[in-house]
Design a protein around this ligand. Structure first.
Ligand code: DX5
Ligand code: ZN
Length: 214
């Protein structure tokens, strides 16, 4: 299982150092939580900060856009050279078009579903997808507890993708409340990637934290 630390929980007064340390500790990519204060009740950072992060690391950048109108950020993020852009099904009126826009820039496209969103909502865009991000908390904040029903749904989602012949082609990622107790459950159901904020940056030993989750 791959581990993507979420910078949301890092020490932002020392962000360059945090990035170097988490890269040295074996992170597979950096997960960047972009929040606009509208789609979620919190604000974080956007393209100008991501451009600086890009300069500080050789790790792939996994952008999780928790914003309304995500299309408007795609060209700028593409120019920066991010690896993947994940948008929320609940934030897109024209999801198929938004996913095509991401891919047209040569970037991997992901779609995220909130804990209460049925996975069938992505049924007709599966061909436009490289990743499904199943939220295991309601998006907006780090440090929340994993919602068990969201993990049960993820298990069904994985079986459903498998049945539809997308296993291995579309990766499944979970985000929220991943720690040393919940990561083994994710692994058991076949999750490909876990995002972890507090479980990595809240541990004094990032390497040990990442290894434990993996
Ligand atoms: C929440 C974000 C997560 C967050 C996870 O909306 O999408 O990426 O950083 O934090 P933890 O791992 O602490 O639950
Ligand atoms: Zn996230």
């Amino acid at each position: 299982m791959k581990v993507f630390p979420s910078l949301l929980s890092c020490d932002f007064s020392n962000i360059a150092k945090e990035i170097v340390e988490v890269e040295r500790a074996g992170a597979d990519a950096l997960h960047l939580d972009v929040m606009d204060g509208h789609f979620v009740p919190n604000l974080t950072f956007g393209p100008p900060v991501i451009a600086k992060i890009k300069k500080a690391t050789s790790l792939p950048l996994d952008c999780h856009l928790m914003v309304e109108n995500p299309d408007q950020y795609v060209p700028e993020l593409a120019k920066i050279g991010v690896d993947r852009i994940t948008i929320h099904v609940e934030a897109c009126s024209h999801l198929q078009r938004s996913l095509q826009l991401i891919r047209s820039h040569g970037i991997k496209a992901g779609v995220s579903i909130n804990p209460a969103t049925p996975y069938e909502s992505i049924e007709w865009v599966l061909d436009q997808l490289d990743l499904v991000l199943s939220m295991t908390v309601n998006p907006g904040f780090g440090g929340q507890s994993l919602i068990p029903a969201a993990l049960d749904k993820t298990e069904r989602l994985i079986q459903w993708l498998d049945k539809k012949g997308h296993k291995g082609k579309i990766l499944v990622q979970i985000d929220g409340g991943v720690n040393e107790k919940t990561a083994p459950l994710a692994r058991k159901i076949g999750v490909d990637i876990v995002v972890a904020g507090n479980a990595v940056f809240g541990n004094p030993d990032y390497k040990k934290a990442i290894q434990e989750l993996r």
